[in-house]
Ligand binder design. Structure first.
Ligand code: C5P
Length: 288
């Protein structure tokens, strides 16, 4: 029997600019990444308390076949942190592509933490939730807090920054990339700094003048089709695109929503994969 439930939307995390500063003794990489929550794509999650000891995850939506159900899903592991004895049912409508570099799994984990906190009334502030989330993955603390931040350390050290509302087009090719594989390639290539800088839109100029992603050469090395995908997005959008996190998605930033909407039609007409248009948004997780 279900007792209570809550719906939570979990927004994708977009790396606007990423420098990799070096390798660490624990195997992770030290990063400095300007990151923002974006309104599209997002996952919708219903978290419910139930009797029993199970944590059940039921996945539907366009990417349901690409994520595990059950206890190995990051959302289930998040639930276990707040309810070690189980008794949780999670319905996950998966719209953020796995392997797309958009932090979808981390967003789902953050949404479950925030949703369960609200359902159970557990006494934890955002900082406490973020610290718990860091045990699941480097991106979970950002997803708990959302908005805009510099992510440092392995990604779990956050410096909030006010990112204005910017129209964004996100395009994901029909193939994903593995984050560990991309970081490994960065090591093997000798730790390249990306030379390709994209000018930021005027609204973002105060925060960052030029946007780069040091993982771009490594990601394009791991998956040679990525460069062609990026270039077709760029030529259809009429603006440069930058890799999102470790890929495989790319993003284009705009000044005006009408330009982003036109680009959405053009890009959607030529590339295989998924295309969304939305904008930077002040939260990572929203209770519906
Ligand atoms: O923290 P998370 O589990 O999301 O990281 C997945 C993998 O990505 C790590 O095991 C590591 O190989 C790589 N990674 C890294 N440096 C980071 C973040 C992730 O090397 N800052």
């Amino acid at each position: 029997m279900r007792h209570k439930e809550i719906r939570v939307d979990a927004f994708a995390k977009l790396t606007l600019s990423l420098r990799v500063l070096g390798t660490r003794a624990d195997g992770y990489h030290e990063i400095d990444a300007l990151t923002a929550s974006v309104s599209e794509p997002y996952d919708s999650i219903v978290v419910a308390l139930s009797d029993g000891v199970e944590v059940r995850v039921v996945v539907d939506g366009p990417f349901a076949g690409e994520v595990p159900g059950g206890e190995s899903n990051l959302a289930a592991r998040a639930a276990r942190l707040l309810r070690p004895d189980g008794g949780v049912v999670i319905n996950l409508h998966k719209r953020i592509p796995p392997g797309g570099g958009l932090g979808g799994g981390s967003a789902d984990a953050a949404a479950v933490l925030v949703g369960l906190k609200t359902l159970t009334g557990v006494d934890l502030d955002d900082e406490g939730l973020a610290a718990l989330g860091a045990t699941l993955g480097s991106d979970v603390p950002f997803c708990v807090r959302g908005g805009g931040a510099y992510m440092r350390g392995r990604g779990e050290v956050l410096e909030p920054v006010s990112v204005p509302s910017i129209p964004v087009l996100v395009a994901t090719p029909p193939f994903g990339l593995s984050t560990p594989a991309v970081y490994r390639a960065w090591d093997e290539l000798g730790g390249p700094r990306s030379e390709r800088a994209v000018e930021s839109p005027p609204a973002l100029a105060q925060v960052a003048g030029a946007l780069v992603n040091d993982l771009e050469p490594a990601a394009e090395h791991v998956e040679p089709r990525l460069r062609g995908f990026r270039e077709s997005v760029e030529s259809a959008a009429g603006r440069p695109a930058l890799l999102a996190g470790s890929g495989s998605s790319v993003a284009v930033l705009f000044e005006h929503h009408t330009d982003a909407a036109h680009a959405y039609t053009r890009v959607g007409g030529v590339v295989r994969g998924h295309v969304w248009v939305g904008g930077t948004t002040p939260s990572g997780v929203v209770l519906a």
